[in-house]
Design a binder for this molecule. Structure first.
Ligand code: ADP
Ligand code: MG
Length: 270
């Protein structure tokens, strides 16, 4: 960051060592429309956080801000030891340089509702594309790791299949392996099972559960799968209308919510 102005504190220096994602006082607007209001959330290293809430509450926007797919208007986000966005009230926006965006993104893997695999590339080629381009890793090591990841998501033997030859659940598992290929510290999931036929949801959730339980990654998962949240999350965060309404242990937020809006949401989805 710009250190010429000594009065500006360095947000990275303010983040405790065991915190992987630090979100402070974040506001976000689309044009004149404010969609995030004073968001504060610290996610610890290797913590699994499930983000729940009604449609339009700002869950995707918050994930996209963590990965610098959107820029914030106020506050700061530090992820994996890098500043993602930083602007104090009425202050100057700290703009990331393109090379910093690239370095930061390599530390954060993201899986979307629509898997967006490249249709003309095989499963293996989809996974090796980014590490080959960005890290210029040697081909043999990259391929070996991609095969290891495919095996880990239960797709050993599907290396040479094209996305069109795979089911939705298999494609999403390839997308998870692809996001893992850069060995990110943080994995973000935005409703990874919402586009799947019901009978394919379980296989994707079980891969995510395995990732969570193996450890080594910080995970933020936007999901409507309350069973998954209850079983796998260390913490559940409920958002509504651009605000974090409550956060806590899954059994508390899902089983004994404190706020009326959380109660209404939980009783509607369960
Ligand atoms: P969620 O993921 O919880 O459904 P979103 O983050 O997608 O919520 O949306 C939050 C709000 O921001 C909604 O009102 C939505 O219409 C609006 N929004 C989302 N993306 C954009 C965009 N690219 N441009 C303008 N408004 C957007
Ligand atoms: Mg969304």
């Amino acid at each position: 960051m710009d250190r010429r102005n000594a009065a500006i504190p360095d947000p990275v220096a303010l983040v405790p060592h065991d915190v992987s994602i630090s979100i402070r006082n974040v506001d976000k607007y689309y044009g004149g429309n404010q969609v995030l209001f004073d968001i504060n959330l610290d996610v610890k290293r290797e913590e699994v956080v499930c983000l729940i809430g009604p449609s339009g509450s700002g869950k995707s926007t918050l994930l996209r801000c963590i990965n610098h797919l959107e820029t914030i208007n106020t506050g700061s986000i530090v992820a994996a030891g890098e500043i993602v966005g930083y602007r104090m009230h009425r202050g100057r926006l700290h703009e990331l340089r393109p090379k910093d965006v690239g370095r930061q993104r390599a530390k954060v893997g993201m899986v979307f509702q629509q898997f967006n695999l490249f249709p003309h590339l095989t499963a293996l080629q989809n996974i090796t594309l980014a590490p080959r381009k960005v890290k210029r890793e040697d081909m043999a090591a990259t391929t070996a790791y991609a095969k290891e990841l495919l095996a880990r998501v239960g797709l050993a033997g599907k290396e040479n299949s094209y996305p069109g030859q795979l089911s939705g659940g298999q494609q999403q598992r390839v997308a998870i392996a692809r996001a893992m290929a850069m060995r990110p510290e943080i994995m973000l999931f935005d409703e990874p099972t919402s586009a799947l036929d019901p009978e394919l949801v379980g296989e994707v959730l079980s891969v995510m559960k395995d990732l969570a339980q193996t450890g080594g990654k910080t995970m933020v998962v936007v999901t409507h799968e309350m069973g998954f949240a209850r079983e796998v999350a260390d913490r559940v965060v409920f958002m509504d209308a651009g605000r974090i309404i409550e956060a806590g242990a899954p059994e508390q937020v899902l089983g004994d919510p404190r706020h009326e809006r959380t109660k209404a949401f939980i009783s509607a989805v369960l």
